[in-house]
Design a protein around this ligand. Structure first.
Ligand code: PRP
Ligand code: MG
Length: 212
């Protein structure tokens, strides 16, 4: 019998809650700190521990069938990929922030400015919709340091507790989108694995109902 292949974040904010969800659904797998792949002992499922940003492409290529991933990552890199379920954890915002000292009245204040971000597609769409043009500096991490080192006037990144903004003397001025973990499905999933997905989804739905 085939196994469904699920991508889970290797390390980072979604990792623990993703494995907890599978566990609560009665599916036991080893955690991925050491291995990149684990097989469940009691459900036809294989877990691949992958980097967040790579997951949309793995889904697209059908290398994995499903994934637990931040909706923000799908919006940025995988708008073509379907979502089967919102999972209610890892809630965050993708927001624009500026130095506390900057007098910010409206988005117009960022016209012609430099913005550091790991979310170029998300911010480009937002700026275009609002008729603003800005220069983007694409960086992969520690985005919030950019204004302090003179690299940018503003940043666009994930905000969860807000502590990273606070520590870097920044203030959140625009919320571009609100995100949470979702169950995403490869467009290439075959029929047999789709049946396994139905069973998995049924279990996940009862876990989510019990959590409410
Ligand atoms: C993420 C994100 C923000 C921060 C938001 O960074 O890029 O910087 O968390 O969370 P908070 O509002 O609770 O502070 P992460 O710490 O994962 O590191 P990275 O940016 O270097 O990838
Ligand atoms: Mg960060």
């Amino acid at each position: 019998m085939k196994k469904i292949r699920i991508a889970v974040q290797k390390s980072g904010r979604l990792h623990d809650d993703s494995l907890q969800l599978l566990k609560d659904a009665g599916i036991s797998v080893d955690n991925g700190k050491e291995q990149l792949k684990a097989t469940s002992r009691n459900f036809p499922l294989e877990v691949f521990y992958l980097r967040n940003g790579d997951i949309p492409q793995y889904l697209r290529d059908g290398v994995v069938d499903i994934a637990i991933i931040g909706e923000n990552v799908l919006i940025e890199k995988g708008e073509d990929i379907a979502t089967a379920e919102r999972l209610g954890f890892s809630k965050c915002r993708v927001s624009l922030a500026v130095p506390k000292s900057m007098q910010y009245n409206s988005l117009q204040d960022l016209d012609g400015k430099k913005i550091a971000t790991s979310y170029p597609n998300t911010i480009n769409a937002f700026l275009a919709k609002n008729g603003i043009s800005a220069e983007l500096h694409i960086i992969n991490g520690s985005v919030e340091i950019a204004p302090n080192i003179g690299l940018a006037d503003a940043v666009c990144d994930i905000v969860s507790s807000g502590s990273t903004l606070f520590k870097n003397n920044l203030k959140e001025v625009e919320i571009m989108l609100k995100s949470e973990a979702v169950l995403a499905v490869s467009p290439m999933i075959d029929e047999e694995r789709n049946e396994i997905l139905q069973k998995l989804q049924f279990r996940i739905q009862s876990v989510l109902r019990a959590r409410r």
